[in-house]
Write a new protein. Structure first.
Length: 591
């Protein structure tokens, strides 16, 4: 292990890897949050937040083994991605290293077998640690080594779980007039709130659920979130008043956020960076297609049997997902799999080396707080993360703005009822499908071609050209949709405009998500930051949509949105393409 510098003193090992942080004197720079100095803690940051597998580490230390309560952190293998930094000089020993090693000896009396703290000789420690990693890379329990069929079963189950919450978020949209009539709601903002309140908790929940999944496993977070969604949707169906409906919708959003919080990590656990584009496209399709398909079924249900059955059908979908998911979906997150495997091993020496504690020596409360605050840190300290998240959120806000205005627009202008009115959302869905093919095939080939020209090494900026291309369709779709509806031309014209917008939206979302995964060390936190901001704007935009169109008109209102989309969506991606790499090199938040 040429890239490691190890100091063995009285059975204690300290391995230091500083690929991104440099030490000066006796004090190392703190981690990006400035909350605690990472010295002997193996946290999910070293696992790249579970997105890029279990072989990317930084600032890793292996503490002493002194009793069964201690845990010996593992070192990366020769085949791990950290070997790309093998040209880094070894870190010199530091005063606090010597202090910590001396303190180890105080708590580690030599056992009677004569081998000190470890049964493995000191000069064999590195080899033993490396062998553990080599064994894990080839372990059939490693999700990257699963059979192809098992991987794709997992992708489809996770995608199904992810499909249902966005379906629940919008399926009631065509039935909003019936909701207003049934509960006696006259205020337009309150009517919109029954739909969009879902997104408030949907934004907050990933900040809590993501770190919980890293402590206890992704799979059971998915299962439990789906089961709670079933219960809360039944609560919505039988709500006696407006207040209870809004409360149940809020909690439905919280439980429904589980697949959004951990699903992308599950897909990343299964595939390498070069192989995950199609799987990520399938996973991303659910959150975008479901809101477009939901109103189609929701409109006919509301018109024929009542809006209550919209929620009952969603609950039935949750039940079906659990019937399929609980028996067939297995844990994918490497640290949790290894910890569970270690618990079954009788040899304490081997168990300590294999076991991984996601929060290291932090308390669970500290670990949760760091994960809650990190997305905010990324949004405030990384301009790239902020501007990409803002653009994605702005487009998502327009998307939900359309949801709340489609019913009124097509009813008042074209005389559509709730059932037929639900079909107009298919324009968005068609655009999403076309964009999914583009993202999974054309955009992926563009990335591979650029990577091959760069000696086979991909860069996050290679994800940007499809984003620039997709950004052109956002304002085109908005102009087309708004002014064709304003002119009251044939109803197919605004639907075509919404389809163009949908194509642009999906074409933008996939490269932004992949860029955040590729560029940031804390990839899951970067995705959470984007998700929080996206959901907040998705909640806010519908609240003023109808008032804006009543004041400006559909054409001018959409022109205003299109102008803002041009300002946010075209110059900044071009700037990131040319200057993003230099910007990332100056930040300690990036890979």
């Amino acid at each position: 292990m040429r890239h490691l510098a190890s100091n063995t003193l009285k059975g204690c090992i300290k391995l230091h890897l500083f690929p991104e942080e440099k030490c000066q004197g006796n004090a190392c720079r703190k981690n990006i949050l400035g909350t605690r100095q990472q010295e002997t803690v193996l946290t999910p940051e070293h696992w790249a937040d579970g997105i890029d597998g279990a072989f990317e580490y930084k600032n890793l230390s292996v503490p002493c083994v002194h009793d069964s309560a201690s845990q010996l952190k593992q070192a990366p293998s020769r085949r791990s991605s950290i070997t790309k930094r093998s040209d880094l000089p070894p870190s010199p020993p530091k005063d606090h290293d010597l202090h910590s090693t001396s303190s180890c000896t105080k708590h580690n009396p030599e056992p009677p077998n004569g081998h000190g703290e470890s049964a493995i000789p000191a000069d064999k420690e590195e080899e033993a640690l490396e062998n553990v990693e080599d064994d894990w890379e080839n372990d059939p329990m490693n999700a990257r080594n699963w059979p192809k069929r098992k991987k794709w079963v997992a992708v489809f189950i996770v995608s199904f779980y992810t499909f249902i919450p966005p379906l629940a978020s919008s399926m009631m949209a065509p039935g909003l007039p019936q909701v207003a009539q049934e509960y006696g709601i006259e205020n337009q903002t309150l009517i919109a709130l029954t739909l969009s309140v879902f997104l408030i908790s949907f934004a907050i929940a990933p900040l809590v659920l993501a770190p919980i999944s890293e402590m206890y496993g992704r799979t059971w977070v998915l299962h439990l979130g789906n089961i709670f969604s079933l219960a809360f949707n039944l609560g919505c169906a039988f709500s006696p008043n407006t207040t209870s409906l809004i409360i149940f919708r809020f909690f439905t959003g919280f439980s429904g956020a589980a697949p959004i919080a951990v699903g992308g990590g599950s897909v990343g656990d299964l595939f390498s960076e070069r192989d995950r584009a199609f799987a990520m496209s399938l996973y991303t399709l659910g959150p975008l297609m479901a809101p477009a398909l939901g109103p189609v079924a929701g409109g006919f249900l509301a018109q024929t049997v009542g809006v209550k059955y919209v929620f009952i059908v969603i609950a039935a979908c949750c039940g079906l997902a659990s019937l399929v998911g609980i028996p067939f979906l297995r844990e994918t997150y490497a640290p949790v799999i290894r910890r569970r495997k270690a618990m079954k091993i009788d040899d304490p020496e081997k168990r300590l080396r294999l076991s991984v504690t996601p929060h290291g020596d932090m308390t669970k409360t500290q670990y949760l707080w760091i994960n809650l605050s990190r997305p905010i840190v990324l949004l405030t300290r990384s301009f790239i993360c902020f501007i990409l998240s803002l653009y994605m959120s702005f487009v998502y806000g327009i998307y939900y703005l359309m949801f709340t205005t489609f019913a009124n627009l097509f009813h008042n202008t074209y005389g559509f009822g709730a059932g037929i009115g639900g079909l107009v959302y298919l324009g968005l869905g068609t655009g999403f499908l076309l964009a999914t093919y583009f993202g999974a095939d054309v955009a992926d080939k563009m990335y591979q071609k650029q990577a091959d020209k760069n000696g086979g090494k991909g860069k996050p900026e290679m994800r940007i050209p499809p984003l620039i291309f997709g950004s052109l369709f956002i304002p085109i779709g908005l102009f087309w949709y708004g002014w064709s509806a304003q002119a009251k031309v044939h109803w197919i014209m605004p639907i075509i405009g919404s389809g163009i917008f949908g194509f642009g939206q999906m074409t933008c979302f996939l490269p932004i998500s992949l860029y955040l995964v590729d560029a940031f060390t804390y990839a899951a936190s970067a995705l959470s930051a984007a998700s929080v901001l996206r959901s907040l704007l998705g909640f806010a935009f519908p609240l003023f949509a109808q008032q804006m169109f009543d004041t400006l008109g559909v054409g001018p209102g959409n022109s205003l949105l299109a102008g803002l989309a041009i300002v946010l969506g075209i110059p900044f991606p071009i700037w990131i393409y040319y200057h993003g790499e230099a910007m990332r090199a100056r930040s300690d938040l990036n890979r």
